[in-house]
Design a protein around this ligand. Structure first.
Ligand code: NAP
Length: 267
């Protein structure tokens, strides 16, 4: 039996176990997905222990995505983003990847949204914002990062080719943009009555991805849909980062439908 898992703290409410277990069941794989919650300062030790125990792959979540960088051999994407969310133990030393980046790109592709040469606005410059900004830029979009703390937006934009940065007062750019991603926690339960982007800037030619997945339908997505925009909820991003991790670990095409159903049943 192969063992995969999730390293985080806390991991109690993670949606990854049912999503990955659904994939094993759909393909008849002899595998299990378990959660590990080490102390905050024990990320590197946990990776070492996982390797010793023969664990095949680990996802990594808050607060360890940066901490594990030194415990693995990060690939180019993980190195540039500065965060690892997937570890593959099939190599020595284990390799570190950031499937959040591919998860963003695949969310747009799945919805028929092309990113090349498009103008994109990313709200937020935290962990999710970094992955989103790199994903959009790598897919050929020109990226503007707007963040409450302007210095954080500037620091992210300095790392992303061609990106610009500003405060939340630059969100009027959404009116002329093709793509908008909310990578802030604004709109998340229980404060789901608020939105990160004023509805006056939303329009029908926009594709909007909201990284928030609780609730599934945020106020931002509701207001964007009302304008005729293409809307993509945060569960797609969560799904496709898991799909990417599964495919990397197993070398097989992921049963996307089964994983999506399991994820949405939990949400
Ligand atoms: P984070 O690193 O803590 O960053 C939080 C971001 O939200 C920062 O840009 C912060 O701005 C901004 N923010 C927080 N409160 C705000 C407010 N009241 N007004 C304006 N901006 C505010 O968190 P994260 O890990 O990036 O996660 C952000 C969101 O993405 C969360 O809702 C998380 O659940 C979601 N997420 C989804 C996925 C997925 O797969 N769907 C993956 C990762 C994260 P400052 O820099 O000014 O503080």
């Amino acid at each position: 039996m192969q063992v995969f898992g999730l390293l985080g703290n806390p991991v109690e409410h993670s949606l990854s176990p049912p999503m990955h277990e659904a994939a094993y069941e759909a393909l008849g794989l002899d595998a299990r997905y378990v959660t590990f919650e080490p102390d905050r300062d024990a990320a590197a030790a946990a990776v070492e222990s996982a390797e010793t125990l023969g664990i095949a792959g680990l996802n990594v979540t808050i607060p360890f995505k940066r901490d594990v960088l030194d415990a693995v051999e990060p690939d180019g994407v993980a190195r540039r983003v500065g965060a690892v969310n997937t570890i593959d133990f099939s190599a020595t030393p284990p390799t570190g990847h950031n499937t959040d980046v591919a998860g963003v790109e695949r969310s747009f592709t799945h919805h028929g949204v092309a990113l090349e040469d498009r103008d994109a606005v990313v709200v937020g410059a935290g962990g999710a914002g970094r992955a989103v900004a790199f994903a959009l830029a790598d897919a050929g979009a020109s990226v503007h990062v707007a963040n409450r703390t302007v210095e954080r937006a500037e620091s992210l934009a300095a790392d992303v080719p061609g990106a610009t940065a500003g405060g939340l007062d630059t969100l009027d750019r959404v009116a002329d943009a093709d793509v908008l991603v909310n990578a802030t926690s604004v709109g998340m339960e229980p404060d789901d009555g608020v939105t990160p982007v004023d509805a006056e800037y939303l329009h029908g030619d926009l594709a909007v991805l909201d990284a928030v997945y609780a609730p599934i339908e945020t106020r931002l997505l509701r207001e964007a849909a009302a304008e005729g925009a293409t809307t993509i909820d945060g569960a797609w991003m969560l799904l496709f980062q898991g799909v990417e991790a599964f495919e990397r670990w197993t070398g097989r095409d992921a049963p996307v439908e089964a994983m999506n159903e399991a994820l949405r049943a939990e949400l």
